[in-house]
Write a protein that binds this ligand. Structure first.
Ligand code: GLY
Length: 611
C-alpha cells in the first residue's frame, strides 16, 4: 500500500514453523467451481489468480482448447477489468513460460519503458536539484512508462498460444460489459487510492460516484470503455496501441494529465512520452535465470527484474545449510541473513541489463555464494550488509565491492499461474505499480496508466557513485517481480509468484523454503505467516509471525530485529504478498493454490475438479 506509510525497502518473509498457528485450513479435496476458493485439485489444466472472474476466464479458455499461455492472457486481461487498481493494459509484467513439448523455459519481458527523452534527472525538482517527494513523482505524467502489457500478451499468444488474441480477450470483454460486484477488497483499494482517483476527471468518471465518492459495496461496476478498448485491440492487434489511435490517446494523457477542476494538491507534472516511444516498444524474449536447489531446477525472471537473480543467489547461499534438519529458529535466521546479503547485491548490481553490466553469472554462481554464506554465523549481520564481489575470482569470504543502496517499490501487483493438460506452464506477475498507478485513466478507454518509472532510483548521480537503476532514454526500471517455475527431473514440480514490490522476492523465497525444506504443501507454504528482510535495520513481520515465540527466539538468540506490519492506514496494509501457485501432484493431477485470506483471498480452479 501507500509507500509513504512504511519504511522504504522493508519487506516480509513467510515462516513455515507457524503454519499451524495462523493458517486458515485449506481444502485439499476435490472442489466445485461455484464460488471462490483458495485450493482446487483435479485434471485437465489449472488456474490460480487473485480473482474469481479472472480465474474463470482462464478455465473457459482452457476448455475452448487454449493452452496455458492463452489462459494466462485471458486471466490478465480480465484482471484489468476486475482488479483495475493493480492490473490492466496500462501496465507491464514478466511472464515465465515452460514449453512442455520443447522442454524449454522462456520468458517475456513486458516491462514498461522510459521515454527517449528520459534522463537520470527525471525525478529531480528542476528548481532545487533534489529528488521530488514520491507522491509528486508518482501522481504525474513523468511516472508513466510505455505500457508493455499488450505487446507482451500479443507476443506470448502469437509465439506460444493456440488460440487467437481475440479469443483470449473475449472473456474479459464479457466481464467488462456485464460488470462485476464491488467487494470489500475492491472498496478498500478504492478508498486507499481516493486522492489519486479524485485528482483526474477521467478516473473520477470511471471509478467514483458523480459526487466523487467511492462506489458502494455490493454495487456493480461495468466498464464499457474497456470492453471497447479490448474489442479494438482484438480487431486491429497490438499496433492499435503501439502505432495507432490508442497510443495517440495515451501519449496525449501523459503529456497533458486530465487534472480535475478544483484540484488543490501539488502541481501535477506533464510527462515526456511520445507516440514514437510507443512505436519503439518491444516485448523482449529473454533467457530465464536458473539455479539448482536441493536437486530442483528453479527458473526465474532475469533483468530488468531483480527477482530471478536475487532469489537464485539467496537459494545458493542457503544451499550451505541443512534447513530441513535444523531447529526452525536457526533455519529462519539463515533465511533472513541470506536474503539480507542477496538484497545488498541486488541494490548494488542489478538494473536493466540492456543498459548496465549486470554480473549475472557471478551472482548466480554457487562459488560466489560461498563467499556470502560464510558470513552467516550465529548473529545478525550489521546494517547495512555490504555487497560482495561477484566478479571472478570473487575474493575470500566477505570480499566486498560497491555500496549499499535501497529502493522504494509499490506493493500492489498480481500473480497468475496457469497449467494446461499438455504440461505447459505460465508463471506471470504484472502490475501498474502503486495502487491505482499514476492515478490517470486514459479518457474514455477504461484503464489506468502505470507509475512504473518511479521504480527507478531518484537520487542524482554523482561522479563518485554508481547506481544501476537510474532513468535513461528507453531504459526499463528494475523490478522485483519473481514469477518462478520449479522442475523436478525435467517435469513441472510447482510454479509460484506473488505481488508485493520488493517483498515479492522474500515472499517467493519463503514459499520455496517452506515447501522444499520445511515440507509444507504448496497451499500451506502460501498461507504461512511472512517475514521479510531486505538489507534493512529490521525485518518486517506479519502480525502472526511478530506475535510468535519464534520471533522472540530470533531476537534473543540471533540478534535479529523486527517491525510489525500493522496495517497503519487500512487492513490491506498488514499483509505481505498475495501469492498463487500450482503444484503437480503426478498422474495428471494438479493442485491450484491461491491466497486463502490476505486481501480477501484468491481463486484456484481446475478444468476437471476432483478427478
Ligand atoms: N513495481 C513493482 C515491481 O516491479 O516489482
Amino acid at each position: 500500500m501507500p509507500r509513504t506509510t512504511r519504511p522504504l525497502g522493508i519487506g516480509a518473509i513467510t515462516i513455515l514453523a507457524l503454519a499451524s498457528v495462523a493458517i486458515t485450513p485449506v481444502a485439499t479435496a476435490a472442489t466445485t467451481t461455484e464460488h471462490k476458493q483458495p485450493v482446487a485439485v483435479g485434471t485437465g489444466g489449472a488456474v490460480a489468480s487473485a480473482d474469481f472472474d479472472a480465474s474463470k476466464a482462464g478455465i473457459a479458455v482452457l476448455k475452448e482448447g487454449g493452452n496455458a499461455v492463452d489462459a494466462a492472457v485471458a486471466v490478465a486481461s480480465t484482471l484489468g477489468v476486475t482488479e483495475p487498481f493493480v492490473a490492466g493494459p496500462g501496465g507491464g509484467g514478466f511472464m515465465v513460460i515452460r514449453l512442455a513439448s520443447a522442454h524449454r523455459v522462456v520468458t517475456i519481458d513486458g516491462r514498461e519503458m522510459c521515454s527517449a527523452r528520459c534522463t537520470p534527472q527525471l525525478f529531480l525538482d528542476p528548481k532545487t536539484g533534489q529528488p521530488l517527494p514520491f507522491e509528486n513523482a508518482r501522481r504525474s505524467g513523468l511516472s508513466v512508462g510505455v505500457p508493455g502489457m499488450v505487446a507482451q500478451w500479443a507476443k506470448a499468444v502469437h509465439r506460444y498460444g493456440k488460440l487467437s488474441f481475440a479469443q483470449d480477450l473475449a472473456p474479459a470483454i464479457r466481464v467488462a460489459e456485464r460488470g462485476f460486484t464491488i467487494d470489500r477488497n475492491f472498496r478498500q483499494q478504492e478508498l486507499a487510492s481516493l486522492p489519486d482517483l479524485q485528482s483526474f476527471t477521467s478516473s473520477r468518471k470511471l471509478f467514483l460516484t458523480p459526487s466523487g465518492n467511492p462506489l458502494p459495496l455490493g454495487s456493480t461496476l461495468r466498464n464499457p470503455d474497456l470492453a471497447q478498448t479490448y474489442r479494438d485491440l482484438a480487431a486491429h492487434g497490438p499496433s492499435y496501441l503501439y502505432d495507432g489511435q490508442l497510443g495517440a490517446e495515451i501519449a496525449q494523457t501523459v503529456q497533458h494529465p486530465p487534472v480535475a477542476p478544483g484540484y488543490h494538491g501539488f502541481y501535477i507534472r506533464h510527462g515526456l512520452m511520445t507516440t514514437k516511444d510507443l512505436s519503439n516498444y518491444v516485448a523482449k524474449v529473454r533467457t530465464p535465470t536458473h539455479v539448482t536447489y536441493r536437486g530442483l531446477d528453479v527458473y526465474g525472471m532475469a533483468p530488468p527484474s531483480s527477482g530471478g537473480i536475487t532469489i537464485g543467489e539467496a537459494l545458493n547461499i542457503l544451499s550451505a545449510f541443512p534447513l530441513a534438519s535444523e531447529a526452525r529458529a536457526k533455519a529462519l535466521f539463515q533465511y533472513l541473513e541470506a536474503s539480507r546479503l542477496a538484497f545488498a547485491d541486488r541494490g548494488a548490481y542489478i538494473g536493466d541489463a540492456d543498459y548496465v553490466a549486470v554480473p549475472r553469472q557471478g551472482l548466480l554462481d554457487p562459488a560466489y555464494a560461498r563467499t556470502r554464506s560464510c558470513l552467516i554465523k550465529d548473529h545478525a549481520l550489521p546494517y547495512p550488509a555490504l555487497p560482495g564481489n561477484p566478479y571472478p575470482p570473487y575474493g575470500g569470504c566477505g570480499a566486498t565491492a560497491g555500496r549499499a543502496l535501497s529502493d522504494h517499490e509499490g506493493t500492489n501487483t498480481n500473480h497468475i499461474t496457469t497449467v494446461d493438460r499438455a504440461g505447459n506452464v505460465v508463471s506471470y506477475t504484472n502490475t501498474i505499480e502503486q495502487l491505482a498507478g499514476s492515478g490517470m485513466t486514459v479518457p474514455g478507454r477504461g484503464f489506468l496508466l502505470n507509475n512504473e518509472m518511479t521504480d527507478f532510483d531518484f537520487a542524482p548521480p554523482t561522479p563518485t557513485t554508481y547506481d544501476p537503476n537510474l532513468p535513461a532514454p528507453g531504459k526499463r526500471p528494475r523490478s522485483s517481480m519473481s514469477p518462478t517455475i520449479v522442475l523436478k527431473n525435467g517435469q513441472l514440480d510447482f510454479a509460484v509468484g506473488s505481488p508485493g514490490g520488493s517483498t515479492i522476492i522474500t515472499t517467493v523465497l519463503q514459499i520455496l523454503i517452506n515447501h522444499v525444506d520445511f515440507g509444507m504443501s504448496l497451499p500451506q507454504a502460501i498461507a504461512a505467516p511472512r517475514v521479510s528482510q531486505r538489507n534493512t535495520p529490521t525485518s518486517v513481520a506479519e502480525p502472526a509471525f511478530y506475535n510468535s515465540s519464534l520471533r522472540r527466539t530470533l531476537e534473543r538468540k540471533y540478534g535479529e530485529m523486527f517491525t510489525e506490519e500493522t496495517g497503519a492506514v487500512l487492513p490491506l496494509d498488514k499483509w505481505i504478498g498475495n501469492a498463487t501457485g500450482i503444484q503437480n501432484l503426478g498422474n495428471g493431477r494438479l493442485q491450484a493454490a491461491a491466497e486463502p485470506v490476505r486481501l480477501g483471498g484468491g481463486s484456484a480452479l481446475v478444468v476437471n475438479p476432483g478427478s
